[in-house]
Design a protein around this ligand. Structure first.
Ligand code: ADP
Length: 167
């Protein structure tokens, strides 16, 4: 499994799936969530609402999927990162779980490539260096079956440089 790093906008990715840093409601929000819903069109939100009516949103650390709507990616995997408090709670475990569950869901969908944003490092306030370490470690340790490519898509310069150093 190859690991790549790019700087840019995840909504432009051509990987089979892109991951969304969603919130528990699955109803969209700001940051990367807003960008994905804007670029992907109303179908993604409709499918999110259907998931909500089945299971009532998505718990922190878990992942669900929808189609990619108008995006180039066939699927959007919506995962809910933890809100950073002080690091003494479940934050680190939950962030790791986001990456793990997204990978497991991608394998269930039998896809070959997946792109991740820097989950929880925006409004949710997770310290960027620690988040990057967790993301990279979790992906490096993952024993993939169908997935051949994982691409980390960093939107901001700080994350990009942190990932570059760590990778
Ligand atoms: P969270 O609530 O999980 O913190 P945010 O969307 O606020 O989610 O931020 C998560 C990360 O997504 C941040 O590092 C932010 O820079 C990045 N981001 C924002 N817009 C995009 C985009 N279009 N493509 C990729 N990453 C993005």
């Amino acid at each position: 499994m190859e690991i790549e790093l790019v700087k840019g906008d995840i909504t432009k990715e051509k990987t089979d799936a892109i991951v969304n840093a969603a919130n528990n409601s699955l109803l969209g929000g700001g940051g990367v969530d807003g960008a994905i819903h804007r670029a992907g069109g109303p179908l993604i939100l409709e499918e999110c609402k259907a998931i909500r009516s089945r299971q009532g949103g998505c718990p922190t650390g878990e992942a669900v999927y929808t189609s990619g709507g108008n995006l180039l990616a066939k699927f959007v995997i919506h995962t809910v990162g933890p809100v950073w408090k002080d690091g003494t709670g479940q934050e680190k475990k939950q962030l790791q779980s986001c990456y793990l569950q997204s990978m497991q869901l991608a394998e269930k969908l039998k896809i070959k490539s997946i792109a991740f944003p820097n989950i929880s490092t925006g409004v949710y306030g997770f310290p960027k260096k620690e988040a990057a370490q967790i993301a990279i470690e979790t992906i490096k340790d993952y024993k993939a079956s169908s997935i051949e490519l994982v691409r980390f898509v960093c939107f901001d310069e700080e994350n990009y440089h942190l990932y570059k150093d760590l990778l």
